[in-house]
Design a protein around this ligand. Sequence first.
Ligand code: ADP
Ligand code: MG
Length: 243
Amino acid sequence: MIELKGITKRFDDQPVFENIDLSLAQGEIIVVIGPSGTGKSTLLRCINFLERPDAGHLTVGDLSFDVTRATTRDILALRRRTAFVFQNYALFANKTALENISEGMIVVDGLPKAQAHARAREILERIGLADKADAYPASLSGGQQQRVGIGRAMAANAEVILFDEPTSALDPEWVDEVLGLMKQLAAERQTMIVVTHEMRFARDVADRVIFMDEGRIVEQAPPSELFHQPRDERTQRFLRKVL
Ligand code: ADP
Ligand code: MG
């Protein structure tokens, strides 16, 4: 359903990773772990062309193309199928929670405003922020802002939601409410790839955990296997540090 084949990304001729292969089934929950500077964010960003990969082939649902020949139309189609949740929320400061969630439905999907707002209210209900529809990001807690960030991704109705360390900018008191919402989405079998340092979340929610190091997928396995019997020495070393 989602397939990366030979995905390569360089910055100034320096490869971050080369020839990454990865496939996901519909409804699969993948957690990516690994040291910082390893290419986790860049890989996620390549999947929706926030970074343009230098080589490889991408397939998301019925869309499939060689990244070097991607047209503007391919990229727009890709972005409709892949929603992104940022570490720092990346909300529009001058828009309310309701507007942040409905904006994409109006601008990207071309929904009439009334319909987009009605759908945004349903999402606000689901993310537990029905009473914050008219609040601006600055008046919300970090946890509430990130829930709006996730609500915006839900509104996109994407095939996959890509989460890049969604809780690492949060004060500890807000982490659980964001992880709780992500667990709710996982229980509904929303396909997702989550880069995180929350090992408990990985253990409880992931179908598969991927350990990346120095631009390589070193090892991938269900959490019960990867956390208890890591095969590679680099995985063992990393887990000793974080567990
Ligand atoms: P991670 O998310 O695992 O911490 P990143 O994907 O952010 O790792 O970074 C991987 C490597 O790519 C790092 O060496 C980082 O410095 C480099 N890098 C990331 N983004 C850029 C950029 N926009 N320009 C140049 N180098 C970058
Ligand atoms: Mg990162």
